[in-house]
Design a protein around this ligand. Structure first.
Ligand code: M6R
Length: 616
């Protein structure tokens, strides 16, 4: 969480940093701040609230915004409540050094105690202010330059960080370091950019260096980027990548919200996911990460899926597909539980780690644990070059394009698409499905983008359903089989952006408890597509109806039975059972979106959340 930006060059740093912070606001948005050096003074401005509040404050107070070097931060609070004082950047006691930090310094309390004994004072409750004073202390006591001081200090801390540190006595450089949180350096002509991801510098340069964990860099105006290992001081040759991202991909493009844009991007995103991999004519699926490790994966005793949030829901869908088609036993685990429960993992296990951002701290830690026990780890990530993509043995990108809305939408459907391709490929290799079933799946998968487009056409109707239920205090989401994870995902979408309490359940589990909640106030969203336990779900609907619950059925086009029972129905096109989640999830995303808009919630930046959860 938290977004960091920095600039050093010939341009005015302020507009670059400000715009960069706006692009990184998905990472945290409870306070923001900027430090600028104008050749003489180091000026700092920060405030509780969003980047726009910071901008207003700077304009209102007529603060100077000149300077060719600076750093900025948008925060998701960990240590200390969101307020002006706890906002970053933080000065050192001398006022000469300034820092921005994304991550957590776990042993900050003991370091703080020592520093206080040595006469340091602290104005904030943050771990970051402790780190900058530790750096200052090392710099003075050891009589070393900033880079060395940062290195020595970081060898004393436990935790995670992406930091940028500036020393007003050394204004031609910014020192950065990374462990567990992402950090990219944009390399321009006589200028450098620092950011949590590449979006803040896309219009200036397409050349980027992604720091690896336990690396630090001195970014120096005339001399370029010097990278070292934090632990042993060894030099690392910078690897400059050419970015494939475009500016258009990270703007709203006429939509009111990123979430809505990303919902509507799904037909193209799904196509991009299978493009070059799915060949219906030749009856082939090509995936380099699978092809190159086929034996290992086919001989797995079981597959363990690890993920968090929406990605975990995609993992649950994968459990159905892998077991159903490829007959490989699958377990799906919350990464946060897996990493701490001493799981039994052997060299015969294959772990699939799913993550949109590729930076989720729990998933990353779970991967490291699985690797240490000898498992083969395969990543399914969206963000190219992310920590998880690099940490896994092999993988497949979802190619969904940047997802900026905090609520995951296209990441979910593209993850399911990748996982379906893998399951089909393994099923074919193992011979657990016939040629004709395999071919039928390929044909149906190729039709999915068109069908998603059709499902999106229900938008106006969905808006009227949203209007009817927007004031509900609680909602239930029910589904069976492949659509049980979709029920969980539908409930999560509603919770996170509209703050309405919602629960997802397997439809048949309802009678073991949740049915007690049902009365005339309770909207129940039931996924009741023709393929997949249809009659049984209809019986569940009857049970809700007889207890006066309000029923909103997500049904297959042309369905008549549920229409007679439900208060509302939303139709999706027909497809084979294993692919229904790619369609049934669409109306649930739109419903949550419209309800949140009607309730005047901040759809793209819901309270308390951040896009990538880089802390435990
Ligand atoms: O980047 P990841 O896929 O690893 O993120 C996992 C979750 O934090 C994420 O899916 C979260 O649940 C979303 N906000 C849900 O919309």
């Amino acid at each position: 969480m938290c977004g960091i930006v920095g600039y050093i060059g010939k341009k005015e740093a302020y507009p670059i940093i400000l715009e960069g912070l706006k692009r990184l606001e998905y990472r945290g948005y409870d306070s923001a701040g900027i430090a600028l050096y104008d050749g003489e003074n180091l000026k700092l401005s920060k405030t509780k609230g969003k980047v726009s509040d910071l901008e207003n404050k700077i304009t209102k107070d007529k603060q100077l915004t000149n300077g060719n070097v600076g750093i900025g931060h948008t925060r998701w609070a960990t240590h200390g409540v969101p307020n002006d004082v706890n906002s970053h950047p933080h000065y050192s006691n001398s006022g000469e050094l300034v820092i921005i930090h994304n991550g957590i310094i776990e042993n900050y309390a003991s370091i703080k105690k020592e520093l206080i004994n040595r006469g340091y004072t602290f104005s904030s409750d943050t771990d970051t202010e402790v780190l900058i004073n530790l750096i200052e202390d090392v710099k003075k006591n050891e009589n070393v330059k900033l880079g060395k001081a940062v290195q020595i200090a970081l060898n004393q801390v436990i935790g995670a960080y992406a930091i940028a540190v500036f020393d007003k006595n050394k204004p031609d450089e910014i020192v950065v370091a990374k462990l567990g949180s992402p950090l990219a350096i944009g390399v321009g002509e006589d200028e450098f950019f620092i950011a949590s991801d590449a979006t803040p510098f896309l219009e200036y340069t397409k050349k980027a260096i992604y720091l690896e964990d336990e690396e630090m860099a001195i970014v120096r105006l005339k001399k370029g980027v010097k990278i070292r290992k934090i632990k042993d001081d060894s030099l690392v040759a910078p690897y400059i990548q050419e970015l494939q991202l475009n500016l258009e991909q990270i703007v709203k493009g006429g939509y009111d919200h990123f979430m809505l844009k990303e919902i509507h991007e799904q037909p193209e995103a799904i196509k991009d996911t299978y493009r070059g991999r799915l060949n219906v004519k030749e009856g082939l699926i090509r995936m380099a990460g699978i092809d190159d490790n086929l034996e290992r994966i086919l001989n797995a005793n079981r597959i363990i899926v690890i993920a968090c949030g929406t990605s975990w829901h995609a993992g649950l869908v994968a459990e159905y597909i892998f077991e159903d088609l490829a007959r490989i036993p699958v377990e799906v685990e919350y990464a946060s539980e897996f990493r701490y429960r001493n799981p039994v993992i052997t060299e015969k296990d294959v772990v699939i780690a799913i993550s949109q951002s590729g930076e989720t701290a729990d998933t990353l830690a779970a991967i490291k644990l699985a690797k240490s026990k000898g498992a083969f780890v395969f990543g399914v990530c969206n963000v190219v070059g992310s920590s998880i993509a690099r940490e896994t043995h092999a993988g497949a990108y979802t190619h969904a394009g940047p997802e900026i809305g905090v609520a995951s939408t296209k990441a979910f459907t593209t993850q399911i698409t990748v996982l379906t391709l893998i399951a089909l490929k393994l099923a074919k290799e193992k011979g657990t499905i016939s040629k004709s079933v395999f071919q039928h799946h390929l044909q149906e998968l190729e039709l999915i983008p068109g069908k998603v487009e059709k499902a999106l056409l229900q938008d106006e109707h969905i808006k009227t359903v949203a209007e009817t239920y927007k004031d509900a205090k609680n909602c239930l989401y029910l589904g069976r089989g492949y659509n049980f994870p979709v029920a969980l995902e539908g409930a999560l979408k509603l919770k996170e952006i509209s703050y309405i309490h919602a629960e997802g359940y397997p439809a048949a589990e309802m009678k073991h408890g949740p049915i007690a909640l049902i009365d005339e106030q309770m909207p129940v969203f039931v996924i009741a597509t023709k393929k997949g336990h249809y009659e049984k779900v209809v019986s569940n609907i009857q049970e809700i109806k007889s207890r006066k619950g309000k029923i909103i059925g997500i049904v297959t086009e042309g369905d008549e039975d549920v229409k007679h029972l439900a208060d509302h129905v939303i139709e999706v096109p027909d497809t084979i059972e294993s692919l229904t989640p790619l369609l049934t999830t669409i109306p649930l995303q739109l419903l949550s979106y419209h309800i949140a808009v009607m309730l005047d919630k901040n759809v793209d930046q819901p309270r308390n959340l951040a896009k990538s959860v880089t802390v435990e």
